[in-house]
Design a protein around this ligand. Structure first.
Ligand code: TMP
Length: 242
């Protein structure tokens, strides 16, 4: 896979075309970034872990009726996906207050959010992925009202499925980010990845606010043992979905 063939390179994945115009190959990188790429590093083995984990979770969601871009994994760090046009909206689903929500509102970390908060950000690195209102999203025509409604419905269904599943793994799903895409035949599907890069995951057997963190917050805030945490999430998921 040479540079020339790349269709697109993001912070965590490279997308390659395949012989089938409807199918793309996503290569998951070990590169890690945070705070809009102001912090950069490498998490050894992350590419394989996030690809494998995402594959398990996409299959779980598909089995529960959620359409996704997932096809298969020809290698541990490579995923074949349906070609989609990404909706330039990052959907943030929050069950428990953490991260930017706490910074921006003063709500204490760990506050249970009822009902679950679904937020939208504009997927635009130059602008720093700003929080959107529903009206701004529609004004900017980032999605149609029908697409937005479907995105919110799917996001809440995905939250219910993943919260239950991670709970069975002894992990609390605090919050996560989703991206959706439109296939060439117009279907809205879940895209991107679901991994410790894109979720906050707390170990239910730990009460210490640093020790419980099993996600990219370990990298963002220099908590150490980043690789171990990612491996532990994968091990628990594989033990259940194998
Ligand atoms: P936040 O609290 O920083 O807004 O993050 C909310 C969730 O979204 C958290 O699980 C991390 C995830 N996330 C991403 O996947 N990509 C991003 O660029 C950001 C800012 C957050």
């Amino acid at each position: 896979m040479s540079d020339r063939q790349k269709l697109y390179e993001g912070k965590a994945k490279i997308i390659y075309p395949t012989d089938d115009p409807e199918v793309l190959l996503a290569y998951y990188k070990d590169d890690a970034t945070a705070f809009n790429a102001q912090k950069r590093g490498t998490i050894k083995g992350k590419g394989e872990i996030n690809c494998t984990l995402s594959a398990h979770l996409f299959r779980l969601l598909e089995s529960k009726g959620i359409p996704t871009h997932y096809i298969d994994t020809p290698a541990p760090d490579q995923m074949r996906v349906k070609r989609v046009q990404i909706v330039p909206v990052e959907v943030i689903v929050r069950n428990i207050a953490a991260g930017s929500l706490c910074k921006q509102t003063g709500i204490p970390t760990g506050t249970v959010l009822e009902p679950t908060l679904v937020e939208f950000c504009y997927k635009n690195d130059e602008l720093g992925d700003p929080l959107l209102t529903r009206d701004r999203l529609l004004l900017m025509k980032l999605a149609t009202p029908e697409q937005l409604e479907a995105i919110e419905t799917f996001s809440r269904q995905i939250d219910a499925i993943l919260t239950e599943f991670f709970g069975e793994c002894g992990i609390t799903l605090v919050d996560f980010k989703l991206e959706f895409g439109i296939t060439t035949d117009g279907q809205l599907v879940l895209a991107d990845e679901i991994s410790p890069d894109t979720c906050r995951l707390w170990d239910q057997s730990e009460t210490d606010p640093n020790r419980r963190v099993m996600d990219k917050d370990r990298f963002r805030h220099d908590l150490g043992n980043v690789e171990n945490a990612y491996e532990q999430v994968l091990a628990r998921v594989v033990a259940r979905l194998g």
